[in-house]
Design a protein around this ligand. Sequence first.
Ligand SMILES: [Zn+2]
Length: 279
Amino acid sequence: MLRFIFVLYFTVLALGARAEVPPNSPIQQEKDEILMLLAYSVAYLGWVDPKDKPKRGYNIAAVLYDNTQEKIVGVQRNAVGLCRDKTQHAEVRLMQQCIHSKCRGKDTDYLGNATIYSTLEPCMMCGGMMIFLGVSRVIYGQSDPDFGKNIERLQQDFRSDCKYKAESVIGIERVCKIDVPANYRSRKIISEPSTLLQRAQLDGAFASYRLIFGSIITEFLMGDEAENIYRVAHQRLLEYKPDYQENSAVLLESQMQLKKLKGNVGDLDRCLIGGQHKH
Ligand SMILES: [Zn+2]
């Protein structure tokens, strides 16, 4: 009997250990890469050309992955042109779509234990919404040197209003007392650049583009160089062979999403709030 309990105990322990994938493990890294390739593909399959008029929006897409259900719960693209609404960034749309469709069932009010894969580093609006909704991680497929690092800014531990001054210290004045972070203390979000080669290629290509043509990243993202990088990412996802069998389900799911995108786009390219404008 005692032996049986021991065996049972260690079996449960082993199963538990297998289910828990550490955040920085190679398995998780591969999973992050697959889902990032899906985000690039979502943008690539609806690629907007500079000649397109009217424009749907910019070539930016995002994927929402629910780590609790272990499944993809949404994909979206930027639709600021289609909806004539400058707030319709891919990430905002992704979060709104999830909330409105109750993509996590009863547990949809907040997005804790969910990861967003965005092709571009989030702006202040999207970063703020992610923090507000408790998204746990965001991985981005390109850094934004001019408008990035917003999640880091929102998480700085200081108050700038100096309403609460530190006890007077001789020789030091106007010191803010660091007591309450400027952010929700309990809702920390991890923001990381993707480890994919495509992220490095996009960062490098935009650094050169900036020197020659200027710093408008959305224009760079309509150019041939960006489109080629996105095309290769899409191809890579179609042909992907995972090193870890733990990731075969997420790969299959990602490839199914691609098939769906080539057919009926569903909530993609549809205005989620208000009516759709005819151009
Ligand atoms: Zn944004």
